[in-house]
Design a binder for this molecule. Structure first.
Ligand code: TIU
Length: 221
C-alpha cells in the first residue's frame, strides 16, 4: 500500500498495482481558442496553468507502471450520439458539429478533439471517446478498468466541476476509491474548482480525496 499522508480530508491509502490514472478531456477543444470551450463564452487560457501538474501526474504514473487512461468528449460525425438537447442548448457562437477553426466542433477525428501535445497519449495507453460529461456513460471505461483489476483511481483533467466531477461521481458509485489531483484539474470558473474540491472531500470523503501531483509522486517514491 502507498499512502498520501497530506491528502484531504484524511490520508489516502492506495495499492499502486490496482490504481489507474484517468486524465479527462485535455483536448484542444477545451484548452485552445476556437474550440468548444470558447464557443460557450469561456476564457480558455485559464486552463493552461495545470499543464505542469497534469504532466507530473502522467510522468509519475508512467514511471511507476500505473496505467493511464485518457478521455475525449466528442461525437460521431453524423451526430447520432449527440442528444439534440445538448446541441441546441444556449447561444454558443458555434454548435457541436459546426465548422470551426479546429474543424467540426467536438466531432471525432477533427483537430479540436486531439489531446494537447504536452499531455498526449503514449502508444499503448487507452484513449476513450465519450459522448457525455461522465466517462462511464456509453463507453467501454467500466470494462477496461475491470480487465485491469483497478480499485483506485487518480483523476486529472478539465473541467473540474463538469466532466471531471461527473466522472468521479460515476466512479464512486461504481465502487472505485477516488482521488482528485488538485493541480492537475482546472475550471473556467476558479470558484467552481475550489468549491468542487470542497464538495468532493466533505462529509468524510463523500466522493473522494484530494491531493497535489507532488503528493502523489512523493507517495510513490
Ligand atoms: N463546459 C465545460 O466546463 N466542460 C465541458 O463541457 N466538458 C468537460 O468538462 N470536459
Amino acid at each position: 500500500m502507498a499512502e498520501i499522508s497530506k491528502a484531504q480530508p484524511f490520508p489516502f491509502e492506495f495499492p499502486p498495482d490496482k490504481t489507474a490514472v484517468i486524465m479527462i478531456d485535455m483536448q484542444r477543444d477545451f484548452m485552445e481558442p476556437g474550440g468548444f470551450g470558447e464557443t460557450l463564452g469561456n476564457d480558455v487560457d485559464l486552463l493552461r496553468a495545470i499543464i505542469p501538474g497534469a504532466r507530473l501526474l502522467l510522468d509519475t504514473a508512467r514511471a511507476k507502471g500505473i496505467p493511464v487512461i485518457h478521455t475525449r468528449e466528442c461525437h460521431k460525425a453524423d451526430l447520432s450520439d449527440c442528444p439534440p438537447a445538448k446541441r441546441e442548448r444556449g447561444e454558443p457562437t458555434l454548435r457541436i458539429g459546426d465548422d470551426g477553426p479546429m474543424g467540426r466542433v467536438l466531432i471525432q477525428g477533427e483537430p479540436g478533439v486531439e489531446i494537447i501535445d504536452e499531455l498526449k497519449a503514449l502508444p499503448g495507453e487507452t484513449v476513450i471517446d465519450k459522448p457525455g460529461k461522465g466517462a462511464f456513460y456509453a463507453t467501454p471505461l467500466g470494462s477496461v478498468l475491470q480487465k485491469l483489476g483497478t480499485t483506485h483511481l487518480l483523476f486529472g483533467g478539465v473541467t473540474t466541476e463538469v466532466c471531471v466531477q461527473t466522472t468521479m461521481r460515476e466512479a464512486n458509485d461504481r465502487g472505485f476509491t477516488c482521488l482528485l489531483v488538485e493541480d492537475a484539474t482546472e475550471s473556467y470558473f476558479p470558484e467552481f474548482k475550489a468549491v468542487t474540491l470542497d464538495m468532493v472531500r466533505a462529509q468524510g470523503a463523500i466522493v473522494g480525496w484530494t491531493a497535489t501531483a507532488k503528493d502523489v509522486a512523493d507517495a510513490l517514491g
